[in-house]
Design a protein around this ligand. Sequence first.
Ligand code: PEP
Ligand code: MN
Length: 264
Amino acid sequence: MENKKEMRAWLDAMNLDHPLVVAGPCSAETEEQVLKIAHELKDTDVSYFRAGIWKPRTRPGNFEGVGALGLKWLQKVKEETGMKVCTEVANAAHVKLALEHDIDMLWIGARSTVSPFIMQEIADALQGTDKPVLIKNPVNPDLSLWLGGIERIYSSGVKNIGAIHRGFSTYEKTKYRNKPKWQMAIEFQNRFPDIPLINDPSHITGNRDMIFDVSQTALDLNFDGLMIETHTDPDKAWSDAAQQVTPSTLIQIMRDLKIRKETD
Ligand code: PEP
Ligand code: MN
């Protein structure tokens, strides 16, 4: 895959004077929950509201998302707040439904990026869409597998692309839920300076107390944006409770982060 200027056109067109911020709950739980969080995030620097509706849980028996019903709630977020919305897609049926419901941006989760078959299926379903598609790194630290996934999406005519560094599974005990590989992120940026690189401190840390520090490290490394899970009642969240922050904490984090300018 070659580096292509067109890949970051969607982000440049937003003309932001700060990194891109994507925020919202890990999972859409109820219509009220989704709308409450969205209303607290509108009129902030958040550009895209996120909520997962098809949830890739590691073990069965946990909450697996509200499914297609959540698409209607995301449409309501758009109508009521004017925010753009995004959700995770993990197969062709998800893509079809999300595009039919005019979801503004899609992301592909770490458990999907590992599978070339699923990436090809998603790529075929996305064929030619002008919606931005963000591809999370695979769960294992394999840069080629990540690039291969991006290539499949790009090759199916999706020009608006982004990548999300969400850290990597490891069996060793570390303070992270998914250990970041900053060196890999730097290599990624050097090889593909025109693919926006977004950091996901929520899934890297698994711990809301570490969100600020990891976000600052990412911005110091010139990441283009942050995806931060945000919930009005984090401790009661139906998934990823320990890592979600409240909207007011998110606003404070955004205020405190030092943004590195190109000229620094
Ligand atoms: C998520 O963003 O809620 C999610 C499931 O992420 P990941 O694919 O990084 O585990
Ligand atoms: Mn999550």
